[in-house]
Design a protein around this ligand. Structure first.
Ligand code: HEC
Length: 144
């Protein structure tokens, strides 16, 4: 049980404190990348809740949530390509000096998202650790 509970805790930590588009953000490019992140977090949270039975499990909803995460992860390199800045941003400048590594971490998240098994509640539960780890790997290095 512990093995499964751990990734879920990570998912809930990642999903905590989400406000869709941070207040006070002025730069549209920064706002867009934050919204891309928030979209992934909200859908990941939904999958986490479904896997725990806190939300009704439904294959179609789960698959739509997965598709949204995959699409947003695919957008990461595009929405971060230009170095937009805003005082409310938590993005570290290292993103643009280590672009190849940043893009690699984005690709890893996309791959983990593609591997989410939405066919059953257990399938979701078993897949969440990997995607949450991919989110965290990038945040640790490139987010304040
Ligand atoms: C390749 C790097 C990378 C990956 C992968 C990544 N993130 Fe992020 N994330 C960032 C960066 C950088 C920021 C800070 C953006 C800013 O403040 O300008 C961020 C910010 C966020 C935010 C805060 C958004 C806001 O409104 O301020 C959330 C929530 C988030 N990420 C969730 C996720 C989730 C969930 C995943 C995995 C499904 C994920 N991220 C994967 C780099 C990444």
């Amino acid at each position: 049980m512990n093995r499964i509970a751990k990734p879920l805790t990570l998912v809930l930590i990642l999903a905590a404190g989400i406000a869709v588009a941070k207040p006070g953000v002025k730069d549209p490019g920064v706002k867009l990348r934050m919204e891309t992140m928030d979209r992934m977090a909200l859908n990941l949270k939904m999958l986490g809740q479904m896997s725990k039975g806190l939300m009704d499990f439904n294959v179609d909803d789960a698959t739509a949530a997965k598709a949204s995460i995959v699409a947003a992860a695919k957008d990461i390199p595009t929405v971060f390509k230009v170095h937009h800045t805003d005082p409310a941003s938590d993005a570290l400048p290292a993103i643009w000096t280590n672009w190849d590594d940043f893009a690699k971490k984005a690709a890893a998240a996309r791959m983990a998202a593609e591997l989410i098994d939405t066919s059953t509640q257990d399938g979701i539960q078993m897949s969440l650790g990997q995607i949450a780890t991919a989110c965290k790997a990038c945040h640790t290095t490139y987010r304040r």
